[in-house]
Design a binder for this molecule. Sequence first.
Ligand SMILES: [Zn+2]
Length: 466
Amino acid sequence: MALLIKGGEIVTAESRFHADILVEGETISAVGTGLEQPPECQVVDATGKLVFPGFIDPHVHVHLPFMATFAKDTHATASRAALIGGTTTFIEMVCPSRNEDALAGYHTWKQKAEGNSACDYAFHMGVTRFDASTESQLREIVADGTASFKIFLAYKSFFGVDDAEMFQTLSLASKLGVITTAHCENAELVSRLQQGLLAQGKTSPEWHEPSRPESVEAEGTGRFATFLQQTGAAGYVVHLSCAPALRAAVDAKLRGVRLFVESVLPHFLLDKSYAERGGLEAMKYIMSPPLRDRRNAPVLWDALQAALIDTVGTDHCPFDTEQKLLGDGDFTRIPNGIPGIEDRVTLMWTYGVKRGLLDIHRFVDALSTRPARIFGLAPRKGVIAVGADADLVVYDPHYRGTLSARSQHVNNDYNGFEGFSVEGRPSVVTVRGSIQVRDGAFVGDKNRGRMLRRDPQYFREAAHAR
Ligand SMILES: [Zn+2]
């Protein structure tokens, strides 16, 4: 059955206008005013509402064995929470441990997701070791349509790669035309600083930030950029959190390094005082890179508006309070992470666009269009255009609400943004033409999501056209 979205105000990365959208099958077949309604057509009245392209979260963890436990979501819970919040596609990190083969890890993650997601999804392939068998396995994974890698410069001896492995990964990525995303912190310095603090009896959560200071992230960012420059690879810094790391990234961009920058939701809205509240309340806010001194957030907002920060993700990674307590008495054992997949769109709208910190088109660009382009999902995703997938968010700007763990859909017993008020929410959300959400409730097909296969050649062209 066709779908007609009537009378809404369409907002894309480039333009804003009133028009109807006709969907036939899974794609958009017409955009224009006064479109004729075909027989057998579902109609959504979008009068007084905004219509955005479906939002894309480029940095999500669903299945994740980490720090002696597993993140709480399943693909079923994470994908429904994503959709209720207006995110129609997410890219999940495949994170095998260093003693697991890349290919075995990849199949584990694929199997967990397949048939269990309500929204579309793709993967970044975590390269957590590089040995004699790694290259052929990565080539097979790229040929399967997973055209981006993830490396950790942090988490020594668990996920982390050393400089030699980073060089090998980036050299292969450069040959294959694959982009590499990187967690940039100096693992050796973090490890030494952690040991030093613990030896002084500094074991509580507020010591997490001083164990991985801003300069340690800036070092990782600068080193990653230098390796990109020397290998000719394209790269993407995930969850950049502070001004010194931003300066390292911008310096690399100005040298012509093909480097993109992502910051994530918590670093725009929270600061390290949340992790200094003591006890469990503090543990809820332990993530890496850590929440920073509050002087950083205005710098991140300005850089986002100026597109020096390209994208906004979440690093969605829910551990519940029982799991957080694994680190009681030793901050290095607190599972790192915070949920966010459900609230990214409404929070960035409320605290960015509505406060005048973020232009409405840059909002769409950073949360949808640019992630699609960088990761080879365009032109299917990230736009409202004839032929594109009909992933659409009809947004009701008049809604008012308050975020709370009691009403969230993410599988976790706390919400890091508890009590934050929000303006607006998705009223109707579609995935390839099928209505999945109405006014905060999941109403669709819980198995609709498909894995999106991406072509590395596409990224090459997109990078050169930029
Ligand atoms: Zn992450």
